[in-house]
Design a protein around this ligand. Structure first.
Ligand code: GCB
Length: 595
């Protein structure tokens, strides 16, 4: 047994943490997936009265089967109320909901058998965008943010037998939201990810962080936090396969730091080795599967386990292949990540928001490094403190959920944001928050190009706060024709690695013409051929993520017969058909991989 060492560094103070149960899928309880009744409520009449005063009893939140006369009769779900599948966006489940943005109420009954001495939490993988949750007519809480998990304690509020949960989900877009009103993706609404009732002992392992210490290939270090009346006590962390066990004592906040040496086979795309890690405290025990590796930079190189690695990547939206709608299943994730592997990738950029946990867990298993980002996208209200607080909370929820995934190499704080002091201050704040929560990953952001003639200079002041520079460049599409790519050069005052975080061109599958005719596969392939030749001329380039793996639904893409409300920059169509550019990029990646 290895000695426990209490790390000297300050731990995550309770106020800095978002309280989320780590690794919920390993927990007891019950799934609340399946059919939920729903009511569409464009006027919010289920929540406020005719003079816009809040309805005293929570309105539809009471979850009643209506009885009586007049408006009391109207405020409820009759057994005939239709159902939607959860998880799942509402837009792709019923034709009349495709373009619906606004309020929709969900209701579901479930049976609960009492677990004396245990605690229960209602946990949501994500609800886009605002959710108000009621249990048995009582409001449990609210959450804002469409792509991260949240939970409310239900202990003492559950009844033996039949229970009713109601959720008011509102996906209307607002300028002070994250993301704000204009995005280049579809605003899929609803309970888009798993819903569970999680059951844990009264004092339980709420959260843990188990990774290699920054700069070390053998020192595992992290913390465990307990929640409950006996949160002051002993915790044990074990990696049985490595023969490593450590014990530590929690402080008054239930927090214990630990640190120990272990001989580990390091995780990498070629060796996606995961170890079972067991965390125990009192009567609670939770097991996870974790990969151990280091990720760092040296000048303009990205180093994985101390060795330079070129990130061969593609950007992916959380959009389901074949059926469209949001990704929520391992089958969806498997199809997307298999395509990325087939393309020769060792890295994926999960754009533009935290994806379902099935993606990051599968990336761990398949050996794909991940760029994970928050939807701080385009025109955020940079001067608005409330908008900052939302962004910081989402970032915290993203890191809280995925900090044990060895695949995660980069946390990104923003995409294509406009230059300005308020914006740089906002994003510097987020970068500092990443470092406070997780010093073991690299901080990045996708920035916009500043091009004069044929030279792009990557000098965004945000660069000083990043470990890795991201640049979205569309030479050959939004900027000049394919010929322009041949003449481009790149410069930067920063001695940092660069990832071309986006590049590409748009075409429907099977649209043909010559290589200079836009909206054809030949044109897209031409852009890719010239782009990859150009990449070889950028000495500080350490990775690329093509935009994008698969065509995705997008309300800003109007061209009838070409786009039909899809962004068609995919290397595959939304039906999984590979375009010519797929093979161009694959050849480049195979060559880069030395295959
Ligand atoms: C970008 C954005 C991405 C868009 C893409 C496009 O630069 O970051 O969200 O979808 O361009 O297709 O224009």
């Amino acid at each position: 047994m290895l000695a426990a060492l209490l790390a000297a560094s300050a731990g995550p103070a309770r106020s800095q943490q978002v309280e989320l149960i780590q690794n919920v899928s390993a927990r007891a309880g019950q799934s609340l997936n399946g059919p939920w009744q729903f009511l569409i409520d464009p006027y919010d009449a289920g929540y406020v009265d005719f003079h816009l005063n809040p309805l005293k009893d929570g309105g539809l939140g009471a979850g009643r089967e209506p009885g009586g006369i007049g408006d009391k009769f109207e405020l409820g779900f009759l057994p005939a109320a239709p159902t939607l599948q959860v998880p799942g966006d509402w837009n792709t489940q019923l034709p009349e909901l495709l373009w619906y943005e606004g309020i929709l109420w969900y209701r579901r009954e479930f049976t609960y058998s009492a677990q004396p001495g245990h605690r229960q939490f209602l946990w949501f993988g994500a609800a886009n965008y605002r959710a108000i949750v009621f249990l048995n007519g009582e409001k449990l809480g609210e959450h804002e943010g469409g792509f991260t998990p949240f939970q409310f304690e239900a202990t003492g509020k559950l009844k033996p037998g039949r229970n009713v949960v109601v959720v008011r989900v509102d996906d209307s877009r607002h300028p002070d939201a994250i993301p704000p009103t204009m995005t280049d993706w579809f605003n899929y609404g609803g309970l888009t990810r798993d819903v569970r009732l999680v059951d844990v002992p009264e004092t339980f392992v709420e959260d843990y962080f188990v990774q290699l210490e920054k700069g070390s290939q053998r020192r595992v270090s992290g913390w465990v936090r307990l929640n409950g009346p006996r949160a002051r006590g002993k915790v044990t962390v074990r990696i049985p396969e490595a023969g490593a066990t450590v014990e530590a004592e929690t402080d008054a906040n239930g927090l214990a730091h630990f640190s120990f040496d272990a001989t580990l086979s390091l995780w990498s795309p070629d060796n996606p080795k995961l170890y079972e890690v067991v965390v125990e405290a009192g009567t609670d025990r939770v097991a996870d599967r974790i990969g151990f590796r280091t990720i760092s930079v040296s000048g303009s190189k990205i180093l994985l386990n101390g060795k330079p690695l070129f990130l061969r990547g593609v950007a992916i939206h959380g959009e389901a292949p074949f059926r469209s709608g949001r990704v929520y299943s391992e089958a969806d994730a498997r199809t997307l990540l298999d395509w990325a592997k087939d393309l020769g990738c060792n890295y994926v950029r999960l754009a533009h928001y935290p994806h379902d946990e099935v993606m990051t867990r599968l990336a761990d298993r398949m050996g794909l490094l991940v760029w994970s980002e928050v939807p701080v996208y385009w025109a955020v209200q940079w001067e608005n403190q409330a908008a900052y607080a939302k962004a910081e909370r989402m970032l915290t929820e993203m890191i809280t959920r995925d900090k044990n995934r060895g695949s995660i190499a980069l946390w990104s704080v923003a995409n294509e944001t406009p230059l300005g002091d308020a914006r740089t201050k906002f994003l510097a704040g987020l970068a500092a928050k990443v470092r406070e929560l997780d010093s073991t990953r690299l901080v990045t952001a996708a920035t916009l190009p500043h091009t004069s003639g044929n030279t792009t200079t990557i000098d965004d002041p945000l660069g000083q706060y990043l470990d890795v520079l991201g640049l979205n460049e569309y030479i050959g599409w939004y900027d000049g024709g394919p010929d322009k790519i041949d003449a481009m050069s790149y410069a930067t005052p920063y001695d940092k690695p660069l990832i071309m975080s986006e590049f590409g061109a748009e075409t429907p599958f099977a649209s043909h013409g010559d290589e200079n005719t836009p909206w054809t596969e030949e044109y897209q392939a031409n852009v890719y051929r010239r782009q990859v030749a150009m990449f070889n001329r950028v000495p500080f380039l350490s990775g690329t993520s093509a935009w994008i793996l698969m065509d995705f639904r997008c309300p800003r893409r109007f061209l009838s017969g070409i786009q039909d409300y899809y962004n068609r920059k995919g290397l595959l169509s939304d039906r999984g058909q590979k375009k010519q550019a797929f093979y161009v990029l694959r050849d480049y990646y195979l060559e880069k991989a030395g295959k």
